[in-house]
Design a protein around this ligand. Structure first.
Ligand SMILES: *Cc1c(COP(=O)(O)O)cnc(C)c1O
Length: 387
């Protein structure tokens, strides 16, 4: 028998990495020495103290049962404490914080709370794919806002048609940005907030990369802006900050009603985060954050090795001030899928074609800083041979 897929599944954007994934698997099977700069997943292990905390908490039978939907009070309090220390933003742990099974699920589920069929979400292009997927699953339509180099990869709000704005409910912002590595300042957040007020929009701020920054730069939270709590929900995660992508723990915070609505969606779908993971997540947030600083030093070295190397080849790319991504315009204007396939075939290096993040990503490739400095230099040497 064969069954027709639902309209919502069919409406998802096509998966553009099929060919590259195939080529990557084949190269591995052939035993080629692949340098993988494709996936945004930290290569370093989770810090020992966090693993120890999980190990201890896992021995306690009271942690083996269904967790509370809204997360342990200790985790919500630890998240609020971390926000206060890091951003001087005071959150009520009972009403303004919601732990998530990784922030991706929260980001993908949130539109179910506010999107009706035919409504729009204003989504950056290129972007992290769940912004589009979550909107489509809820019956909505993503309206894509191109992020262009000439605008420092910030959306141009003036270009959004009035007809779209009338039916728009959600606006996504993600700075520091995946995949462009761009950052924003308080002025940009204040503009976004004024725009959201004017058009009655909910702002979804994805802050996954706030702790990966360089050259002394410290990203801010949108919740630092006066009045942001009127319409902003911010998503954050242990994944990138503490090398915990596989653990699945993150959170949403900000406007009470928005947080409660997401909680209501989730209580109908999941049954919370394994309690031992929540205990370990508390230990990460309450630690001295030395791990975070040392990871940023490590990524900064790799960034410099790669960007200085590429610039030395005459391939002009910018050093990002945050994230572990290098967003590089492709020399000679080649298509990103062809270029990435060529780099894999001839240099055994995996990079991500920009078009996979949206049409406005065409003409770019993304390098992730997920191998050590010596391998980065090796990657540059291999690229010199083929460029
Ligand atoms: C990695 C990433 C996340 C975090 O995802 P988790 O589900 O928390 O692991 C969120 N947003 C962006 C843009 C990311 O790149």
């Amino acid at each position: 028998m064969s069954f027709e897929l639902s309209g919502r599944l069919q409406a998802l954007p096509p998966y553009l990495f099929v060919e590259i994934d195939k080529a990557k698997r084949k190269a591995r099977q052939e035993g080629r020495d692949i340098i993988d700069l494709g996936i945004g997943d930290p290569d370093q292990p989770t810090p020992r103290f966090i693993i120890d905390s999980l190990y201890q908490a896992a021995q306690n039978p009271s942690n083996h049962r269904y967790a509370l939907d809204q997360g342990m009070p200790a985790l919500r309090t630890a998240i609020a404490g971390w926000y206060d220390r890091r951003f001087a933003v005071k959150l009520d742990p009972d009403t303004e914080v919601l732990p998530l099974i990784g922030s991706k699920e929260g980001i993908a589920h949130f539109p179910l709370a506010y999107i009706n069929p035919g409504d729009y979400s204003l989504v950056p292009d290129p972007c992290y794919p769940p912004y589009k997927g979550g909107t489509i699953f809820a019956g909505g339509k993503p309206y894509l806002m191109p992020l262009l180099a000439e605008n420092q990869f910030l959306p141009d709000l003036k270009k959004i048609p009035a007809t779209v704005l009338k039916k728009a409910r959600l606006l996504y912002v993600n700075y520091p940005n995946n995949p462009t590595g761009a950052v924003c300042d308080g002025k940009f957040y204040r503009q976004i907030l004024a725009f959201a007020r004017k058009h009655k929009l909910i702002v979804i701020s994805d802050l996954a990369y706030s702790e990966m920054s360089y050259d002394g730069y410290q990203p801010m939270s949108m919740l630092e802006v006066d009045g942001a709590r009127d319409c902003v929900i911010e998503f954050h995660s242990h994944s990138k900050t503490y090398n915990m992508t596989g653990w699945r723990v993150g959170w949403a915070c900000g406007n009470k009603a928005l947080v409660a609505a997401l909680g209501k969606v989730k209580s109908n779908i999941d049954s919370g985060i394994f309690s031992a993971i929540q205990v370990a997540a508390v230990s990460a947030l309450e630690s001295d954050q030395e791990h975070v600083r040392s990871m940023s030093r490590l990524y900064q070295e790799r960034r410099d090795a790669l960007v200085d190397g590429l610039n030395g080849l005459g391939w002009k790319v910018q050093k990002p001030r945050a994230t572990f991504y290098i967003w590089a315009g492709i020399p000679g204007g080649r298509k990103s899928i062809d270029f990435a396939a060529d780099v894999l075939a001839r240099a055994d290096i995996v990079i991500t074609p920009g078009v996979g993040f949206g049409a406005a990503g065409e003409g770019y490739v993304r390098f992730a800083l997920t191998v050590d400095k010596a391998r980065m230099k090796e990657a540059v040497t291999r690229l010199r041979a083929i460029l």
